[in-house]
Design a protein around this ligand. Sequence first.
Ligand SMILES: Cc1cc2nc3c(=O)[nH]c(=O)nc-3n(C[C@H](O)[C@H](O)[C@H](O)COP(=O)(O)OP(=O)(O)OC[C@H]3O[C@@H](n4cnc5c(N)ncnc54)[C@H](O)[C@@H]3O)c2cc1C
Length: 285
Amino acid sequence: MTTATYLPSAPTDPWRAHPTRIVSTVDETPGVRTYELAFEEAGIRAGYTFAAGQFNMLYLPGIGEAAISVSSDPDHCGTIAHTVRAVGNVTDALARLAVGEQVLVRGPFGTPWPLDAVEGRDVVIVAGGLGLASQRAAIHRLSRRDDGGRTIVLHGAKRPEGLLYAADYDRWRAAGIDVRTVVDEGDAFWIGRVGLATHLLADLHLDPAATTILCCGPDPMMVGVAEAATNRGVSTEHVFLSLERNMACAVAHCGLCQFGPHFVCRDGPVLRYDRIAGLMKVPQL
Ligand SMILES: Cc1cc2nc3c(=O)[nH]c(=O)nc-3n(C[C@H](O)[C@H](O)[C@H](O)COP(=O)(O)OP(=O)(O)OC[C@H]3O[C@@H](n4cnc5c(N)ncnc54)[C@H](O)[C@@H]3O)c2cc1C
């Protein structure tokens, strides 16, 4: 991987939503669909960039906006992908749209995964369920690394049909990525591991001084992973979590996503564990 500076991208006008068209969709897992979007304005299409881990606000006029990670390759922004679970107003309405229909996009926002600080280090991506969507852009980039560091993806889901991007695993493995999966509960066809993502982490041979952990999933899972990693000697400065909190403005004005002194939309979603370890243990923060 090159060491080119990999700073977050920012929209020129963070309030302006730009029209896109859905160019294709992929049904990933039950209730989860990836939407490939193309900006309609040629200038935006040519100039839009994002960094792995950042998110957009997807806007459906008359319905509302939802924060959604960009899940495509940051080095190919001709179209951008978002992987979405239908859980409420905006995401349910999105699920009713067809290819060719319009979605407005505001962004990109937030902090990225620290890919400019992993040169030569082993990177362990730990993903619970849909958390992998926020990490897929990083996996795209890491699949091209040539700096000697290992990339390991540990992905847990409740059930086998919930494993995200299963069609990508062979390609990731062919690029040298060690992909391991685990499910809470198997089925008649599951011959893989049953357990938690932390069990996969426990299986790994780690060089703690040369390992960076990138984790996204439910809060208790992220705390479990962060504690397991730091107990094995990985510095809290090399553990990064991507937080999900309700958001509205995405520009640190409204305060909806406030997390202690942090606005998750601006200071996150990716935050270094040493800065948030105490806050992660405060119930319902
Ligand atoms: C940085 C970031 C990145 C994200 N990336 C993704 C992603 O890649 N993919 C993805 O699918 N999601 C992602 N999310 C989560 C997504 O933004 C939320 O799920 C969002 O709320 C969906 O918007 P909605 O309008 O569809 O749902 P909402 O209508 O806001 O509903 C969301 C949840 O709240 C519940 N709810 C709604 N109204 C009420 C009420 N009155 N009382 C109690 N409960 C209620 C719903 O049942 C549902 O469980 C991300 C969030 C953040 C902060």
